[in-house]
Design a protein around this ligand. Structure first.
Ligand code: GTP
Ligand code: MG
Length: 302
């Protein structure tokens, strides 16, 4: 794993991490305990996780005088990691060729950039990828993906502006089968989770993709902006109810003090985090590593 990546994540979360590390390095008293709890809550980890992490840190502080330097922080990190157990490293199902993956989420979450980053990543291991430009809502959206496809030298299926996204998805999957692609990545239009007809459209894409290839889409990943905090939990709930998510990609964890919402989403929905994004460059997307994340949050060495 790229060391630089975790250093960047840590830097992104540094406002919280530094404050936590400072608090945990001092003798714990009622005031610092409350401050610690507030930091977890401000970071959108959710009240239960905040309480459990603080209690674990406090217990170590009270019981073990020999390892006080990192002990309480280690204990809090272990609590966070324990709530992310379902986030095992993702392995594609061998059986499905192509593996059809749908990216969805609200406007500007990072879907299109993530589609490109996934292609860049899988090309490195010589996997054949095909992009489906199912965001036909804005003409510029198709162009944005086409620019990436060009840069990455990867095939793309596009529809005319205003075309039915489900039809483009269908054609993409058929093209992926014909060309023996390993991955078909469907980029969809950003949509408000509060608009019922937009969620219906998404359901239709899922149904039609399943007609193009029974069992597809194999993955429905919600791309969430990690800096949105508690808002992203609400979004995730609605998308999960609409299509049944199989994973999360949390972007923009660089430069946010609110990196805790992913823990709240995983706890509440039972959907694993698959990748995280910490910048706009291709290598700024990495598989989610629960231990490294939990330790970064507390400012501990990864
Ligand atoms: N800092 C940072 N920026 C990111 C990250 N991921 C995406 N972005 C930026 O976020 C902006 C929106 O990204 P897009 O990929 O266009 O988002 P989208 O979800 O496709 O947006 P719509 O198609 O409009 O719904 C772009 O400027 C990206 O470069 C990330 O991990 N960190
Ligand atoms: Mg987009």
């Amino acid at each position: 794993m790229a060391d630089g990546f975790w250093a960047k994540l840590k830097a992104g979360l540094s406002r919280t991490a530094e404050a936590m590390a400072n608090l945990l390095a001092r003798p714990m008293d009622q005031q610092s305990i409350e401050q610690l709890r507030e930091l977890f809550i401000a970071g959108d980890f959710g009240v239960s996780t905040a309480n459990e992490a603080v209690a674990a840190a406090q217990k170590v502080w009270q019981s073990d005088s020999t390892m006080r330097k990192a002990g309480p922080a280690e204990a809090a990190a272990a609590v966070i990691e324990s709530h992310l157990q379902i986030c095992e490293p993702w392995q594609p199902q061998e059986k499905s060729k192509p593996l059809v993956l749908m990216l969805l989420g609200v406007n500007g979450a990072g879907k299109t950039t993530t589609a490109a980053k996934l292609v860049a990543r899988w090309q490195k291991s010589h996997q054949r990828c095909l992009l489906g430009a199912c965001d036909t809502f804005r003409a510029a959206a198709g162009e944005q993906l086409a620019t990436w496809a060009d840069r990455l030298g990867v095939e793309i299926v596009q529809g005319a502006a205003g075309a039915d996204p489900a039809a483009v998805a269908f054609d993409s999957v058929k093209a992926g089968i014909a060309r023996q692609s390993d991955f078909v990545i469907l980029d969809t239009a950003g949509r408000l989770h509060t608009k019922a007809h937009l969620l219906d459209e998404l359901r239709k894409v899922v149904r039609v993709v399943n007609k193009a290839m029974p069992g597809a889409p194999h993955e429905k990943w919600l791309v969430v902006d990690g800096s949105l905090g508690a808002n992203s939990l609400e979004q995730a709930k609605v998308f999960h109810e609409a299509v049944g998510l199989t994973g999360l990609i949390v972007t923009k964890l660089d430069g946010t003090a609110k990196g805790g919402a992913l823990v709240a989403i995983v706890r509440e929905l039972g959907v694993p985090v698959r990748f995280i994004g910490i910048g706009e460059k291709m290598e700024d997307l990495q598989p989610f590593d629960k231990k490294a994340y939990a330790r970064s949050v507390l400012g501990l060495e990864v």
